[in-house]
Design a protein around this ligand. Sequence first.
Ligand code: SAM
Length: 341
Amino acid sequence: IKDDSADITPVRWIRINPVRTRDKMKEVLAELEKKFPTRVSSWSEIIPGTIYHDEYVPNLFGVHPGDKITSHELYRTGKIIIQDRASCFPAHILNPNQSDVIIDACAAPGNKTTHVAAHIFQDQEPEEVRIHAFEKDPERAKTLRTMIKAAGCTKGIDVHVGDFTKIAKPSAFPNVTGFIMDPSCSGSGIFGRKVMDEHNKSKEETNVVASEQEEEHEDIKDEDLKNRLAKLSSFQFEIVRYALSFPSAKKLVYSTCSVHAEENERIVIDLLLDAKVKESGWRVRKRAGVLPAWPRRGLLNEFEEVFHDKEVAQDLAEGCIRVLPKEDGGIGFFAVCFERD
Ligand code: SAM
């Protein structure tokens, strides 16, 4: 039996938080250079003392988890945030700007919410609410509030506690232009708490690793996987479909930390085949607008089974992002962007 921890380079991903940094970006970079004097050109070369500047997401860096970062001034002041690389993809793909109003429908603990804020509030935080973060679990909503505060956001994000599909009426959000949709999933792409913990002996660091893993995920030990996936995928389909009914929404990034097609490509297919979704003009954004340089895309065979036009199936698969656990430097992940004119 192969030891999971033996064959991977463990990486801790950190992003600079422009909400706390603004025009001091150069100083933050200099501080990081002091702490990590050697730059490496691939995350797989990371060893203690080195830093890798990610080629996909701006202001994202990989470091060795053995290099304590949580006691560092940059971390304590919210200038850097620990967040898995793949988990940074959704906000980067959504690419919200200063005229957007965004709903994060399943927000806690808030990694993607604060990353959306990094895009919209990078010059200054507006006086009015521009991000609505929904979370149905009151305990997790508390963590969400803590994370938002730590990230330096004050007035621009409104936290709503409750089931998004019940408390968010589309007519009450006529100005919402985009969505982050990262619902509960099987969490089958999550790994490595054990691996990471080996590098983080203190309790504090271990807690951070837990939040780094971030995703609330389902325990499927006692249940038949097939049934579990059927339940989860029906919930995932319904919650996305509901979001796609918001009147001014033009873009929605759907993501999971699951490796199962049932929660990923097949959700995309079911949505594309749904009469209401079709009618309202939604399509899958092509590869050119979804991290085009990222090599691992959606599973072509899933689309080919349903869409017999080869080009259509190819475009859909290429529009999706897949991230393999460990092999791609972090958790397993899936992301896709729906858009309309
Ligand atoms: N996006 C988060 C992040 O990046 O930090 C992780 C989200 S986690 C995968 C899913 C979250 O959605 C959980 O906190 C769960 O309680 C919440 N959730 C599940 N169903 C929901 C619903 N119907 N309305 C609002 N929140 C929901």
